[in-house]
Design a protein around this ligand. Sequence first.
Ligand code: SAH
Ligand code: SF4
Ligand code: F3S
Length: 444
Amino acid sequence: MTQDASTSAAKKLFIKTYGCQMNVYDSQRMAEAMGAEGYVLTEDQAEADMVLLNTCHIREKAAEKLYSDLGRLKPLKAARPDLKIGVAGCVAQAEGEEIVRRMPLVDLVVGPQTYHRLPAMLRGEAPAILTDFPAEDKFDHLPERRATRRAPAAFLTVQEGCDKFCAFCVVPYTRGAEVSRPVDRILREARDLVARGVREITLLGQNVNGWHGSGEDGREWGFGRLIRAIAETPGLDRIRYTTSHPNDMAADLIEAHRDIPALMPYLHLPVQSGSDRILKAMNRKHTADQYLRLIDRIRDARPDIMLTSDFIVGFPGETDEDHAATLRLVETVGFGTAFSFKYSPRPGTPAFERPEVEGAVADRRLQELQALLNRQQKAAQEGMVGRTVGVLFEKAGRLPGQMVGKSDYLHSVFVDAPEAVPGDLAQVRIVESAANSLRGELLV
Ligand code: SAH
Ligand code: SF4
Ligand code: F3S
């Protein structure tokens, strides 16, 4: 076994990642697991010895992408029959051997909770299709984190799975039941990342704020307490987290936003709809008013917080009045940015059989909502002009001497900073708002 990336004999692994940040994190961990088997990453699919597609099942279009990508791999596999093709992630979990039946060129199918066994599968020491929910914790069987790239910002999964069963959503089926990783493992991974040059960590979970565990003091900790502990990691400047559920926004987490300078003033808090009738049909277990009161409490704790959200339009049974209620909620809150999707019926979910809203109606509602959200995003960006914010530089910008990084509020900011290197955290005055980014000047 070799870990030496410079040997020309090293086999090459190409990974394509679809879906959410947790898939991005999982792809890194799979790359590390395969690294221990002598594989190095390549950006060029044509030279790969193994192609791994890490898939997303959230909407029909996302899932269908897998099959069109597999179709495109046929000539490559025909030319090089020893090429290994693996399917990982949430489509792998949901469809299992159906994938191999539809696309016999696939060699391996591995779910999100079994990918620590990928090397054994490749060696033929484990079944080629593995989509169970094993009792053991995959993280205990993965190699230590090695920063594959020296990026100053990194993800860290602290919680996985979901017990909430929103009527439209596949995640409880593809990721399994809610599991929180233990405190000591999380703190160790945070320290390892910082030792490798990471200055910002985004804590990940399908319901990240539902995280709970036994703390180092022997008490039961909630997510706010965990953030306090992570914030003590020497050298760690910034903490973010995603995705949260409104019903798990506990008081100690809201207080963390007030008390912990490293916790960035940014919160992604999906609400899906502004209509109580639809929220109930979605099984979200809160009302629009409860969401609005929660936002008030969060803004009391951290007045400058940037709020973002997810919305689904055209959920079965949604009327024009329900849609108007969503637009009203958006007007009331004022989001920094938001994701909005047309409802996609997913097999196996409770809403799948319900009568659908007419396509053209859902399209119109999506356009209306997106127009409003775009106006809010523009206003939020323009509101940054004249303000001084922290920017963590990530890489060189388009122009000579320019760096680009993320502001405290997660805007991309371009700055003239010829002396700066990735990983520098600078104070920057914002001078201009462009389409999808800001421009700022270094404060000297
Ligand atoms: N755990 C997160 C969301 C995970 S999925 C939460 O509870 O909010 C990310 C987003 O995809 C969801 O917030 C929802 O807006 C959207 N989504 C999920 N299922 C969908 C479906 N069937 N059709 C359209 N959008 C969907
Ligand atoms: Fe899906 Fe709802 Fe769970 Fe989020 S809370 S992952 S939307 S079931
Ligand atoms: Fe997609 Fe699975 Fe993430 S369905 S959004 S990759 S949890």
